[in-house]
Design a protein around this ligand. Structure first.
Ligand SMILES: *Cc1c(COP(=O)(O)O)cnc(C)c1O
Length: 462
């Protein structure tokens, strides 16, 4: 592990913070530090039982280490432990949240919008669908079969009808299937996923907006994973670039700073283009809104207590790495995407034909591929075995169930039933360092494949 800069940064900044409270009389805390050390030793031991998420050889799930400045700012905020429900509980951190959210909104071209941080993308999506239901009671929500699984559950919680729309073999919402639903006349909201969790597919927002002209519905964009890619249109292929270019025309957007935004968990974000939806949040808290006449974030949020520290960490990160095209943060996104494109390319040109990549190149920085085998069951089994063999070589990939139909030749597509799935390997190459580590990742992956499938020559003879 590289030397962690956080402890030194933190000790210096803690002094700066403490200096501001020196007018208060001292008080004894009954703390005996000696009793803490053994407990922390035990915690450290327990935490060793994890995959090494911080390391570039962890290339599995959507796990990106928080930036050191975010970890330091979060830990510093813990000295105060502010609560961004109200200014009464988090004066400075509420201001920092408003400033940070403004910067995220600016990424989507919005200035006059309403938005706040949430504890997660799920909760941010819940707020979006709750508002959608308030605005058009009795109408349906639709989203693609590849939309995040929580949309269906959230809709059930909100007692809203949810319909799944099939996707094409690129994992994007099928426009024909969407239009067929729209013709029924009762669709209130379309959930557009920009960056699906499974493969990073980008729904065709531009074409969905054209349908909005015709049918009239609300557009909620779930960009929990993919939102930040708006910063690097030049690195995207044409369909995704077209979709990102019109993101400002959505009615609401969810983005998760704790996914691609270098934040510790506990940091989602919901944005509404029309600030007047704030009226639906209106309530009186008998306890909390007293110390300021300015807006308290709890007045525009469904959650009550929220970690002010999450806002402080995000603010600090945006201060260091502003969301500007060509900036350091944007370059980091581009590097991860380059790694994904390169891994996908190597899989496609494999001489043994051992792999079946998806129909198109990765749209963002997620790669998924099937192992070639006579039967899907065997393919799934081999994927599991290679996944395990990689882990033995300290390379951590992920697995994903994808529709078998995506991998069939187009002519034979009807031979796989819609619901049939195959287990595939999946790699989320979201760390900038994945680019320079790709050779090492590839070498270890190749060795693991040889373990499972036999040497390339033998495989080719089969
Ligand atoms: C991760 C994700 C979510 C859920 O966000 P959480 O922060 O995990 O609750 C929703 N939608 C998409 C597209 C995601 O990738």
């Amino acid at each position: 592990m590289p030397k962690d800069p956080v402890p030194a940064l933190l000790s210096h900044a803690t002094e700066r913070l403490e200096e501001q409270f020196t007018s208060l009389p001292d008080f004894d805390s009954a703390l005996s530090p000696d009793s803490l050390a053994p407990v922390l030793d035990e915690v450290a031991r327990r935490l060793g039982d994890n995959y090494p998420y911080f390391h570039p050889l962890y290339a599995g799930q959507m796990l990106k280490p928080p930036h050191p400045v975010a970890r330091a700012a979060y830990a510093l905020a813990m000295t105060i432990n502010p609560n961004n429900h109200a200014r009464d509980g988090g004066r400075a951190s509420s201001e920092m949240e408003i400033e940070a959210v403004r910067q995220i909104a600016a990424l989507f071209g919005w200035t006059e919008c309403l938005g706040h941080l949430t504890s997660s993308g799920t909760f941010a999506n819940l707020e979006a669908l709750w508002i959608a239901g308030q605005l058009a009671p009795g109408t349906r929500i639709v989203g693609s079969e590849q939309a995040h699984y929580t949309h269906q559950r959230i809709s059930a919680v909100l007692k809203l009808d949810f319909t799944s729309i099939p996707t094409n073999r690129h994992g994007r919402m099928s426009l024909e299937a969407l239009e067929a639903e729209l013709r029924h006349g009762d669709v209130g909201t379309v959930v557009v996923t920009m960056g699906t969790t499974a493969i990073g597919a980008v729904d065709p927002l531009d074409e969905i907006l054209a349908l909005r002209q015709k049918y009239g519905f609300r557009v909620h964009v779930d960009a929990a994973y993919g939102g930040y890619f708006r910063l690097i249109p030049e690195a995207l292929d044409a369909p995704a670039r077209r979709a990102y270019a019109v993101l400002d025309q959505a009615d609401s957007i969810v983005v998760d700073p704790h996914k691609h935004g270098l934040q510790p968990y506990g940091c989602g974000c919901i944005l509404f283009r029309d600030p007047s939806v704030g009226q639906f949040y209106k309530h009186d808290s008998p306890y909390t809104y007293f110390t300021s006449d300015k807006l308290h974030l709890g007045e525009i949020s469904l959650e009550c207590s929220r970690a002010g520290a999450a806002a402080v960490a995000l603010w600090a990160t945006l201060r260091l790495l502003p969301l500007i095209p060509g900036g350091e943060f944007a370059r980091g996104l581009t590097r991860g995407r380059a790694a994904a494109v390169e891994l996908d390319r190597r899989l496609r040109v494999d001489k043994g034909g051992r792999f079946q990549p998806l129909a198109g190149r990765p749209e963002l920085d997620i790669v998924a591929w099937k192992i070639n085998a006579e039967r899907p069951e065997r393919s799934s089994q081999l994927a599991q075995q290679i996944f395990a063999a990689c882990a033995l070589r300290d390379l951590h990939l992920a697995l994903v169930e994808l529709p078998l139909a995506w991998f069939q030749p187009v002519v034979g597509a009807e031979s796989a039933s819609r619901s049939e799935a195959v287990t595939c390997l999946r790699s989320v190459l979201m760390k900038p360092d994945h680019e320079i580590w790709l050779d090492e990742i590839w070498n270890r992956f190749s060795a693991a494949c040889a373990d499972v499938l036999g040497e390339k020559e033998r495989w080719q003879q089969k």
